[in-house]
Design a protein around this ligand. Structure first.
Ligand SMILES: [Mn+2]
Length: 166
């Protein structure tokens, strides 16, 4: 099973639309994960154009949480995981969090409880196997800090991530 992973879209509508089109082309993709910092309700709605079900968490810059919650619960293919962290997809267990405390995120990966631990916040790409857990940060979709807009496709079987630059 493959999942799309993105984070920190920060209202960049052109790049959100590009990511949605790109992910819609991935035939084997069943789910998408957004690791937070969506920012505005109007930007959240753009993700409803995905073919796949999308799981969201909140980031430190998601201030309008009541409105965002309403929007995210208005679509049957959109699931807000926050304040929880764990998503179970069949036999796979995935953690989704924004990850302001990176050492805590690594500890979660080291716990061995999850197949994949997904986080964002740092606007940098991370893809590493810790024991049998894949730790992945897809980098920033918005491209504001690095000039690069990235997302990841994660293969849950092989526990590997391929990074796509838009
Ligand atoms: Mn953040």
């Amino acid at each position: 099973m493959k999942i799309g992973v993105l984070s920190d879209s920060h209202d960049n509508l052109p790049l959100i639309r590009k990511a949605v089109s790109r992910l819609n082309l991935e035939e084997e993709l069943e789910y998408v994960f957004h690791a937070g910092d969506i920012i505005s309700p109007f930007a959240a709605k753009e993700f409803f154009n995905l073919r796949q079900t999308i799981f969201f968490t909140f980031g430190n810059n998601d201030g309008e949480r009541i409105m965002l919650k309403d929007i995210l619960s208005s679509n049957s293919k959109s699931k807000l995981v926050w304040p929880k962290v764990t998503v179970e997809l069949g036999k796979y267990r995935i953690a989704l969090l924004h990850g302001e405390d990176e050492s805590a995120v690594e500890a979660l990966a080291k716990s061995g409880v999850y197949d994949v631990v997904i986080y964002g916040h740092w606007h940098k790409v991370v893809s590493k196997l810790i024991n049998n857990t894949l730790l992945v940060n897809p980098g920033e979709l918005c491209g504001y800090l690095t000039g690069k807009s990235t997302l990841a496709i994660v293969d849950l079987e092989t526990k590997s991530a391929s990074i796509i630059e838009l």
